[in-house]
Design a protein around this ligand. Sequence first.
Ligand SMILES: [Fe+2]
Length: 246
Amino acid sequence: MTFEPSHQSPIVPEHDNGGEPGFLRLDMHVHSWYSSDAATDPASIIRLWEKKGILSLVCDHNTTAGAEAVYRELTRICRDIPLILSEEITTTQGEIIGVFLTDKIPAGLSAGETLDRIEEQGAISLVPHPFCTYRSSALQWETLHDIIGRVDILEGYNARITRAGENELARECAARYGKPVSVGSDAHTPLELGRCYLEMVPFSEPKDFLASIGEASVRFRAMHPSIHFLTMMVKVARRNGLFSGV
Ligand SMILES: [Fe+2]
């Protein structure tokens, strides 16, 4: 995979509309329609950057194809955006996100084996919605407790959490174990884009990224829990060939 940025615009857009000057806005958990339960086309995620200056980590389920599609274009239109391949990986014990991957990591490994693969790639690990009781795919506390020493980031703000206390629990856990927290819309549809982000110092590699997250400010608006109904509709539509996405 080769990316050739064309160096046309800076990472902090000049049309910055109301954000902190010189800071980057980053939504750290977005799905494109390369996830089988999502309805967002890569072009909408790219447009979010162009119109509002909000960059998205594209964390599709068990594929880096969505991130590749989005960042191939973003790195072409903006000289300073680093190539960021992310993936929300289904382990046998729940989901873990890898950020700054060089290669897709297969689903179906244990949480520990998945962290091994993330570390081998020099990438960053992020546990999404760690105390969510709605999703059966969330990592359980027993597992998180075993691996937390190796985890880089906990998601402290997930806009699709159905009980606000679960985000608070994640932030308390992050504070106790000295981990930075991320903010994610977990958007599966275009209407969820742009509601949540960190405002942070721009970064170019994993080390800067981690340091910058620790100092970032949070912009967060939770979605109404009925958004999960829309996801169910998307899944049904895709399963029945009414909407194909990719
Ligand atoms: Fe997700």
